[in-house]
Design a protein around this ligand. Structure first.
Ligand code: ZN
Length: 255
């Protein structure tokens, strides 16, 4: 692997030649905001079976247990702040260097960091909807309901479900189609903090590559696409983005 500084220079060249870029993010993007990666080696999903506590089946069969687990997760996610990496991505979008962000995260931190075009493949936790009548409420309201009840019931008798894609559910079609469209645009694809294991989301960068897009991967752990990446970073995401922004500034591409 080339020296860090040289790879950053190469990244600037690649980005400038292929701008705007599509950025694909996973759990590693948000660990600097204090959100644990449940899929990591020592993460929650190595100890607890997600299908027992966080699946659509779990919610239907035993909503009280589901929400006992989910309440904590929801309040943690709602309190989280965007990190420097999210903010840099927001600034690069404003500078015309990023076309869109496709994320596997549900924390909404890209939007809080200033990005405006964010495709959320696994839904989000800003709102919840009744599974029977479809009525929507904010997640804040849902949390308040969970302070006094074990199960958040709608007036119609149905149960509210957060707008997150749960285990056992399909990805939202509109988001997936929008993301697939971006695999055909000839953009540079930058993967940030995704180990590219959760399908079908993880197949998107491969599709882009097959359609002629160069790909750059920034991830601590190896991914199945590493051999196709033009540049590979094992360094910290925030460090890479900070160095990228500094180099873009030094070369006069942003002010
Ligand atoms: Zn209802």
């Amino acid at each position: 692997m080339q020296e860090f500084k040289n790879r950053i220079k190469l990244l600037v060249k690649l980005l400038v030649e292929n701008r705007p870029a599509v950025v694909f993010t996973g759990a590693g993007m948000s660990t600097a905001s204090g959100i644990p990666d449940f899929r990591s080696k020592d993460g929650l999903w190595s100890k607890v079976d997600p299908f027992k506590v966080a699946s659509i089946d779990a919610l239907r069969r035993n909503p009280a247990t589901f929400y006992e687990f989910y309440k904590e997760r929801l309040s943690m996610l709602l309190r989280a702040h965007p990190n420097e990496g999210h903010k840099i991505l927001g600034r690069l979008e404003k500078a015309g260097l990023i076309q869109a962000i496709i994320t596997q995260n549900i924390d909404g931190l890209h939007q809080k960091g200033g990005s405006t075009r964010v495709i959320e493949l696994h839904g989000n936790m800003r709102e919840a909807h009744c599974m029977r009548c479809g009525k929507g409420i904010s997640s804040m309201k849902l949390l308040r309901m969970l302070d006094s009840e074990n199960v958040p019931y709608c007036d119609c008798g149905g149960i509210y479900k957060v707008d997150v894609v749960l285990f056992g559910e399909l990805l939202p079609e509109v988001a997936l189609l929008e993301a697939m469209e971006l695999t055909r645009g000839g953009y540079l694809w930058i993967v940030l903090g995704s180990s590219l294991v959760v399908m079908p989301a993880a197949d998107l960068p491969r599709q882009a590559f097959l359609n002629g897009s160069p790909i750059v991967i920034v991830n601590r752990e190896p991914t199945y696409l590493d051999e196709y990446a033009t540049i590979l970073f094992r360094e910290d995401i925030v460090d890479v983005l900070r160095a990228l922004e500094e180099e873009l500034y030094a070369q006069g591409y942003i002010s």
